[in-house]
Design a binder for this molecule. Structure first.
Ligand code: SF4
Length: 363
Protein backbone atom coordinates (compact mmCIF):
# COMPACT_ATOMS: atom_id res chain seq x y z
CA UNK A 1 0.00 0.00 0.00
CA UNK A 2 1.27 3.48 -0.85
CA UNK A 3 1.71 5.48 2.33
CA UNK A 4 -0.39 8.51 3.16
CA UNK A 5 2.77 10.61 3.07
CA UNK A 6 3.67 9.51 -0.47
CA UNK A 7 0.18 10.04 -1.78
CA UNK A 8 -0.02 13.50 -0.22
CA UNK A 9 3.46 14.25 -1.42
CA UNK A 10 2.62 13.54 -5.06
CA UNK A 11 -0.71 15.33 -4.98
CA UNK A 12 0.73 18.51 -3.43
CA UNK A 13 3.65 18.62 -5.87
CA UNK A 14 1.34 18.22 -8.79
CA UNK A 15 -1.21 20.75 -7.56
CA UNK A 16 1.55 23.27 -7.05
CA UNK A 17 2.85 22.62 -10.52
CA UNK A 18 -0.59 23.14 -12.04
CA UNK A 19 -0.82 26.44 -10.20
CA UNK A 20 2.58 27.54 -11.30
CA UNK A 21 1.80 26.71 -14.94
CA UNK A 22 -1.50 28.49 -14.72
CA UNK A 23 0.14 31.58 -13.25
CA UNK A 24 2.69 31.71 -16.04
CA UNK A 25 0.08 31.19 -18.73
CA UNK A 26 -2.48 33.62 -17.29
CA UNK A 27 -0.25 36.33 -15.94
CA UNK A 28 3.08 36.22 -17.75
CA UNK A 29 5.82 38.44 -16.38
CA UNK A 30 6.54 41.69 -18.08
CA UNK A 31 10.23 41.78 -18.96
CA UNK A 32 10.78 45.19 -17.33
CA UNK A 33 8.89 44.53 -14.08
CA UNK A 34 10.65 43.30 -10.93
CA UNK A 35 9.42 42.48 -7.42
CA UNK A 36 11.24 43.98 -4.40
CA UNK A 37 11.83 40.43 -3.11
CA UNK A 38 14.02 39.95 -6.21
CA UNK A 39 16.33 42.85 -5.36
CA UNK A 40 19.97 42.22 -6.10
CA UNK A 41 23.20 44.17 -5.81
CA UNK A 42 26.92 43.73 -6.46
CA UNK A 43 28.23 45.66 -3.49
CA UNK A 44 31.90 46.57 -3.00
CA UNK A 45 33.09 45.60 0.50
CA UNK A 46 36.60 46.04 1.97
CA UNK A 47 37.71 42.60 0.71
CA UNK A 48 35.65 41.94 -2.44
CA UNK A 49 32.58 42.79 -4.49
CA UNK A 50 29.80 40.72 -3.00
CA UNK A 51 26.47 39.78 -4.55
CA UNK A 52 23.53 40.07 -2.21
CA UNK A 53 20.02 39.06 -3.19
CA UNK A 54 18.76 37.35 -6.33
CA UNK A 55 21.05 35.86 -8.95
CA UNK A 56 21.11 37.75 -12.27
CA UNK A 57 20.68 34.56 -14.25
CA UNK A 58 17.79 33.35 -12.14
CA UNK A 59 16.02 36.65 -12.76
CA UNK A 60 16.70 36.28 -16.46
CA UNK A 61 14.92 32.90 -16.46
CA UNK A 62 12.03 34.30 -14.46
CA UNK A 63 11.61 37.31 -16.73
CA UNK A 64 11.49 34.93 -19.69
CA UNK A 65 8.66 33.03 -17.98
CA UNK A 66 10.76 29.90 -18.00
CA UNK A 67 8.90 27.03 -16.37
CA UNK A 68 10.45 26.27 -13.00
CA UNK A 69 11.37 22.77 -11.94
CA UNK A 70 8.73 21.25 -9.70
CA UNK A 71 9.20 21.93 -6.00
CA UNK A 72 9.12 19.08 -3.58
CA UNK A 73 6.35 18.64 -1.05
CA UNK A 74 8.46 19.75 1.91
CA UNK A 75 9.40 23.06 0.28
CA UNK A 76 5.78 23.74 -0.65
CA UNK A 77 4.55 22.98 2.86
CA UNK A 78 7.30 25.12 4.40
CA UNK A 79 6.39 28.04 2.18
CA UNK A 80 2.71 27.80 3.06
CA UNK A 81 3.62 27.64 6.76
CA UNK A 82 5.70 30.78 6.30
CA UNK A 83 2.68 32.60 4.81
CA UNK A 84 0.50 31.46 7.71
CA UNK A 85 3.00 32.77 10.26
CA UNK A 86 3.10 36.11 8.44
CA UNK A 87 -0.68 36.38 8.39
CA UNK A 88 -0.78 35.67 12.10
CA UNK A 89 1.84 38.28 12.85
CA UNK A 90 -0.19 40.92 11.03
CA UNK A 91 -3.30 39.80 12.93
CA UNK A 92 -1.57 40.03 16.31
CA UNK A 93 -0.05 43.42 15.56
CA UNK A 94 -3.61 44.79 15.54
CA UNK A 95 -3.50 44.23 19.29
CA UNK A 96 -0.84 46.91 19.70
CA UNK A 97 -2.21 49.44 17.24
CA UNK A 98 -5.61 50.56 16.02
CA UNK A 99 -4.11 51.81 12.79
CA UNK A 100 -2.65 48.99 10.71
CA UNK A 101 -2.40 49.27 6.96
CA UNK A 102 -1.69 46.14 4.97
CA UNK A 103 -0.58 45.48 1.40
CA UNK A 104 0.27 49.11 0.56
CA UNK A 105 1.75 49.29 -2.90
CA UNK A 106 5.22 50.68 -3.54
CA UNK A 107 6.46 51.54 -7.02
CA UNK A 108 10.03 52.48 -7.80
CA UNK A 109 10.82 53.49 -11.40
CA UNK A 110 14.34 53.43 -12.81
CA UNK A 111 14.98 54.04 -16.52
CA UNK A 112 12.47 51.83 -18.33
CA UNK A 113 12.13 49.31 -15.48
CA UNK A 114 9.68 49.33 -12.61
CA UNK A 115 10.05 47.63 -9.25
CA UNK A 116 6.70 47.21 -7.58
CA UNK A 117 5.42 45.27 -4.61
CA UNK A 118 3.30 45.38 -1.50
CA UNK A 119 4.45 46.19 2.01
CA UNK A 120 3.39 43.53 4.53
CA UNK A 121 2.11 46.14 6.90
CA UNK A 122 2.45 49.70 8.12
CA UNK A 123 1.97 50.00 11.87
CA UNK A 124 1.05 53.15 13.79
CA UNK A 125 2.67 53.74 17.18
CA UNK A 126 -0.05 55.67 19.03
CA UNK A 127 2.34 56.92 21.76
CA UNK A 128 4.80 58.60 19.41
CA UNK A 129 2.24 59.15 16.60
CA UNK A 130 4.59 57.72 13.96
CA UNK A 131 4.49 54.74 11.61
CA UNK A 132 6.86 51.81 11.10
CA UNK A 133 7.10 49.87 7.82
CA UNK A 134 7.21 46.16 8.62
CA UNK A 135 8.41 43.17 6.63
CA UNK A 136 7.82 39.72 8.17
CA UNK A 137 9.99 36.69 7.60
CA UNK A 138 10.07 33.33 9.30
CA UNK A 139 12.21 30.23 9.27
CA UNK A 140 13.39 27.47 11.61
CA UNK A 141 16.33 25.28 12.47
CA UNK A 142 19.73 25.65 14.07
CA UNK A 143 21.32 27.76 11.31
CA UNK A 144 18.48 30.27 11.33
CA UNK A 145 18.26 30.56 15.12
CA UNK A 146 22.00 30.85 15.47
CA UNK A 147 22.46 33.53 12.75
CA UNK A 148 19.40 35.64 13.44
CA UNK A 149 18.72 35.24 17.16
CA UNK A 150 22.15 34.48 18.63
CA UNK A 151 24.56 36.35 16.35
CA UNK A 152 22.09 39.10 15.42
CA UNK A 153 22.65 38.91 11.64
CA UNK A 154 19.75 39.65 9.31
CA UNK A 155 19.58 37.99 5.90
CA UNK A 156 20.92 40.33 3.26
CA UNK A 157 18.24 39.65 0.65
CA UNK A 158 15.54 40.56 3.19
CA UNK A 159 17.33 43.81 4.01
CA UNK A 160 17.45 44.65 0.28
CA UNK A 161 13.72 44.04 -0.03
CA UNK A 162 12.78 46.22 2.96
CA UNK A 163 15.40 48.77 1.87
CA UNK A 164 13.60 49.10 -1.47
CA UNK A 165 10.27 49.65 0.27
CA UNK A 166 11.83 52.28 2.53
CA UNK A 167 13.44 53.96 -0.44
CA UNK A 168 10.10 53.99 -2.34
CA UNK A 169 8.32 55.42 0.70
CA UNK A 170 10.95 58.06 1.50
CA UNK A 171 11.95 59.14 -2.01
CA UNK A 172 8.45 59.11 -3.56
CA UNK A 173 6.27 59.82 -0.49
CA UNK A 174 4.22 56.83 -1.61
CA UNK A 175 2.17 56.35 1.56
CA UNK A 176 0.83 59.90 1.79
CA UNK A 177 -2.46 59.01 0.00
CA UNK A 178 -3.23 56.48 2.77
CA UNK A 179 -2.52 59.00 5.53
CA UNK A 180 1.14 58.24 6.19
CA UNK A 181 3.21 61.29 5.21
CA UNK A 182 6.99 60.97 5.14
CA UNK A 183 7.56 62.99 8.29
CA UNK A 184 5.45 60.42 10.16
CA UNK A 185 7.47 57.41 8.94
CA UNK A 186 9.83 56.44 11.76
CA UNK A 187 11.69 53.42 10.42
CA UNK A 188 11.62 50.02 8.71
CA UNK A 189 11.47 46.88 10.82
CA UNK A 190 12.55 43.48 9.56
CA UNK A 191 10.73 41.10 11.89
CA UNK A 192 11.80 37.46 12.11
CA UNK A 193 9.75 34.69 13.67
CA UNK A 194 11.29 31.37 14.61
CA UNK A 195 8.82 28.75 13.40
CA UNK A 196 10.22 26.31 15.96
CA UNK A 197 9.51 28.24 19.17
CA UNK A 198 7.57 31.26 17.79
CA UNK A 199 10.09 33.74 19.22
CA UNK A 200 10.43 37.15 17.49
CA UNK A 201 13.28 39.52 16.85
CA UNK A 202 13.38 42.72 14.79
CA UNK A 203 16.08 44.67 12.97
CA UNK A 204 15.94 48.32 12.02
CA UNK A 205 16.54 48.71 8.29
CA UNK A 206 16.15 52.16 6.80
CA UNK A 207 17.25 54.24 3.85
CA UNK A 208 19.16 57.48 3.82
CA UNK A 209 17.46 59.04 0.75
CA UNK A 210 19.88 61.88 0.15
CA UNK A 211 18.87 61.96 -3.47
CA UNK A 212 16.89 59.92 -5.96
CA UNK A 213 18.51 56.99 -7.74
CA UNK A 214 17.89 57.61 -11.42
CA UNK A 215 19.52 56.54 -14.63
CA UNK A 216 20.86 60.08 -14.98
CA UNK A 217 22.32 59.96 -11.48
CA UNK A 218 24.75 57.06 -11.84
CA UNK A 219 27.69 59.39 -11.20
CA UNK A 220 26.54 59.78 -7.59
CA UNK A 221 27.67 56.20 -6.81
CA UNK A 222 30.35 56.35 -4.16
CA UNK A 223 29.47 59.86 -3.02
CA UNK A 224 27.78 60.86 0.21
CA UNK A 225 24.78 61.96 -1.83
CA UNK A 226 24.09 58.36 -2.77
CA UNK A 227 20.90 56.79 -1.37
CA UNK A 228 21.96 53.95 0.88
CA UNK A 229 20.31 51.15 2.84
CA UNK A 230 21.37 51.45 6.46
CA UNK A 231 20.88 49.19 9.46
CA UNK A 232 21.12 49.52 13.18
CA UNK A 233 24.19 48.04 14.81
CA UNK A 234 24.83 48.64 18.50
CA UNK A 235 22.72 51.79 18.48
CA UNK A 236 24.43 53.25 15.40
CA UNK A 237 23.20 53.27 11.78
CA UNK A 238 25.69 51.63 9.43
CA UNK A 239 25.79 51.41 5.64
CA UNK A 240 24.74 48.20 3.98
CA UNK A 241 24.01 48.51 0.25
CA UNK A 242 23.62 51.19 -2.39
CA UNK A 243 20.14 51.72 -3.81
CA UNK A 244 21.64 53.20 -6.98
CA UNK A 245 23.76 50.09 -7.54
CA UNK A 246 20.83 47.81 -6.84
CA UNK A 247 18.49 49.53 -9.30
CA UNK A 248 21.23 49.74 -11.89
CA UNK A 249 21.92 46.01 -11.66
CA UNK A 250 18.24 45.23 -12.21
CA UNK A 251 18.25 47.64 -15.15
CA UNK A 252 21.26 45.77 -16.60
CA UNK A 253 19.50 42.41 -16.18
CA UNK A 254 16.59 43.85 -18.16
CA UNK A 255 19.20 44.74 -20.81
CA UNK A 256 20.29 41.07 -20.94
CA UNK A 257 16.64 40.06 -21.39
CA UNK A 258 16.15 42.53 -24.23
CA UNK A 259 19.32 41.33 -25.94
CA UNK A 260 18.51 37.62 -25.34
CA UNK A 261 21.93 37.09 -23.78
CA UNK A 262 22.25 34.74 -20.80
CA UNK A 263 23.86 36.67 -17.92
CA UNK A 264 26.82 35.21 -16.07
CA UNK A 265 26.06 33.34 -12.83
CA UNK A 266 26.21 35.28 -9.59
CA UNK A 267 26.83 32.33 -7.31
CA UNK A 268 29.61 29.84 -7.86
CA UNK A 269 28.74 26.20 -7.40
CA UNK A 270 32.38 25.44 -6.59
CA UNK A 271 32.49 23.40 -9.77
CA UNK A 272 32.82 24.36 -13.36
CA UNK A 273 29.51 23.35 -14.95
CA UNK A 274 31.11 23.23 -18.39
CA UNK A 275 33.64 20.64 -17.28
CA UNK A 276 31.02 18.63 -15.49
CA UNK A 277 28.72 18.62 -18.50
CA UNK A 278 31.53 17.73 -20.81
CA UNK A 279 32.42 14.75 -18.62
CA UNK A 280 28.80 13.60 -18.69
CA UNK A 281 28.56 14.06 -22.45
CA UNK A 282 31.68 11.98 -23.00
CA UNK A 283 30.31 9.27 -20.67
CA UNK A 284 33.14 9.84 -18.25
CA UNK A 285 30.65 10.22 -15.47
CA UNK A 286 26.99 9.23 -15.32
CA UNK A 287 24.20 11.69 -14.63
CA UNK A 288 23.76 10.08 -11.21
CA UNK A 289 27.45 10.66 -10.48
CA UNK A 290 27.12 14.25 -11.60
CA UNK A 291 24.24 14.76 -9.17
CA UNK A 292 26.18 13.03 -6.41
CA UNK A 293 29.17 15.24 -7.11
CA UNK A 294 27.02 18.36 -7.01
CA UNK A 295 25.52 17.29 -3.71
CA UNK A 296 28.92 16.69 -2.19
CA UNK A 297 30.26 20.06 -3.32
CA UNK A 298 28.29 22.12 -0.84
CA UNK A 299 26.75 24.24 -3.54
CA UNK A 300 25.86 27.81 -2.67
CA UNK A 301 22.55 27.85 -0.79
CA UNK A 302 21.16 30.18 -3.45
CA UNK A 303 21.74 27.50 -6.08
CA UNK A 304 20.46 24.75 -3.81
CA UNK A 305 17.05 26.46 -3.70
CA UNK A 306 17.10 27.61 -7.32
CA UNK A 307 14.34 26.25 -9.55
CA UNK A 308 16.39 26.73 -12.70
CA UNK A 309 19.59 24.96 -11.69
CA UNK A 310 19.39 22.15 -14.21
CA UNK A 311 19.17 24.67 -17.04
CA UNK A 312 21.75 26.94 -15.47
CA UNK A 313 24.36 24.23 -15.04
CA UNK A 314 24.20 23.59 -18.80
CA UNK A 315 24.30 27.32 -19.55
CA UNK A 316 21.00 26.87 -21.40
CA UNK A 317 18.77 29.63 -22.64
CA UNK A 318 15.12 29.59 -21.54
CA UNK A 319 12.83 27.62 -23.83
CA UNK A 320 11.37 30.61 -25.52
CA UNK A 321 11.07 34.34 -25.14
CA UNK A 322 7.28 33.98 -25.33
CA UNK A 323 4.98 31.77 -23.28
CA UNK A 324 5.16 28.34 -24.77
CA UNK A 325 1.88 26.62 -24.08
CA UNK A 326 2.98 23.50 -25.92
CA UNK A 327 6.01 23.23 -23.71
CA UNK A 328 3.85 23.71 -20.60
CA UNK A 329 1.55 20.91 -21.74
CA UNK A 330 4.50 18.66 -22.46
CA UNK A 331 5.96 19.23 -19.00
CA UNK A 332 2.62 18.53 -17.41
CA UNK A 333 2.19 15.29 -19.33
CA UNK A 334 5.66 14.17 -18.26
CA UNK A 335 4.80 14.96 -14.69
CA UNK A 336 1.54 13.03 -14.90
CA UNK A 337 3.32 10.07 -16.43
CA UNK A 338 5.77 10.13 -13.54
CA UNK A 339 2.96 10.12 -11.00
CA UNK A 340 1.08 7.38 -12.83
CA UNK A 341 4.05 5.14 -12.52
CA UNK A 342 4.41 5.93 -8.83
CA UNK A 343 0.76 5.93 -7.98
CA UNK A 344 -1.02 3.77 -10.50
CA UNK A 345 -4.09 5.94 -9.94
CA UNK A 346 -5.68 8.84 -11.78
CA UNK A 347 -4.36 11.44 -9.41
CA UNK A 348 -4.59 14.31 -11.87
CA UNK A 349 -8.38 13.83 -12.15
CA UNK A 350 -8.73 14.44 -8.43
CA UNK A 351 -6.55 17.51 -8.65
CA UNK A 352 -8.44 18.81 -11.65
CA UNK A 353 -11.72 18.29 -9.83
CA UNK A 354 -10.38 20.35 -6.94
CA UNK A 355 -8.79 23.10 -9.02
CA UNK A 356 -10.49 26.49 -8.71
CA UNK A 357 -11.03 26.95 -12.43
CA UNK A 358 -10.29 23.66 -14.19
CA UNK A 359 -11.15 25.04 -17.63
CA UNK A 360 -8.17 27.35 -17.36
CA UNK A 361 -5.77 24.46 -16.98
CA UNK A 362 -3.55 24.03 -20.00
CA UNK A 363 -4.55 20.39 -20.57
S1 SF4 B 1 21.67 27.66 -10.10
FE1 SF4 B 1 22.72 29.28 -8.92
S2 SF4 B 1 23.93 30.39 -10.43
FE2 SF4 B 1 22.39 29.21 -11.55
S3 SF4 B 1 20.64 30.55 -11.89
FE3 SF4 B 1 20.26 29.41 -10.02
S4 SF4 B 1 21.06 30.70 -8.38
FE4 SF4 B 1 21.94 31.45 -10.29
Amino acid sequence: MISYRDRLNNAVIMMNYYKSLRRILDRPREPNRFWPSEATVDQPTPDAIRTYGECARKLYYKLHNELPEELNYLSIMRMSLGSLVEENQVKYSKLISTNVKTQSEVKVPYGDILISGKIDHVLHDPHADVFDIIEHKSSYGYGFTSEIFKKGNFKQNHALQLGLYMYGVRAYNILEPIGVPNDKVRTGLLVYTDRGNCDNVDFIIDVAPNTKATLENTEIVGTTAEPYIVYNKAGKMERFASIQRMLHKMFMIHGFVKAGVLPPIDFVNQIDPMILNDLTRRDKITSAEKIEYLRSQKIDWNCGYCQFKSKCIKNEQPNTTAINTEHAKEKLQMLEAKFYSIEGIQIQDIIRANAETPEELPV
